[in-house]
Design a protein. Structure first.
Length: 120
């Protein structure tokens, strides 16, 4: 099943996990959107530097440390995703409490591992 995924913290640097995740999500035939600090493209996916009013986002996968996430809380909640993945190093109890209040499912997991083990 195709799960439209927004990668927040997307990077043009090929060694970054967010970059690898974009490529891996594409290889599993998921629609991918990306938001990051620098414009560019990863395997045909444009990295937006402005917060876009995306529609029908199933999953938001985070590659931002907890301090950097704060300015995006309302934006992410407003997308009304079905789930949010807190990749290693992004765990954030403050944000997770807000998500609980909004009844948005989240998990602390690794997008890359989830894909490779068919748990995505």
């Amino acid at each position: 099943m195709n799960k439209k995924t927004l990668v927040i913290g997307a990077s043009l640097k090929t060694q970054r996990y967010s970059n690898i995740a974009i490529k891996r999500l594409l290889s599993y035939n998921h629609d991918v959107l990306a938001f990051g600090l620098r414009e560019g493209e990863v395997n045909g996916v444009s990295i937006d530097t402005n917060l876009m009013p995306y529609k029908d986002v199933h999953t938001v996968t985070l590659y931002l440390n907890p301090q950097r996430q704060k300015e995006y809380y309302d934006y992410i909640i407003g997308l009304k995703p079905q789930r949010i993945i807190f990749n290693p190093g992004t765990e954030n109890s403050e944000f997770q409490n807000k998500l609980k209040q909004e009844n948005i499912f989240f998990e602390e997991a690794c997008t890359l591992v989830m894909l490779s083990t068919n748990q995505y």
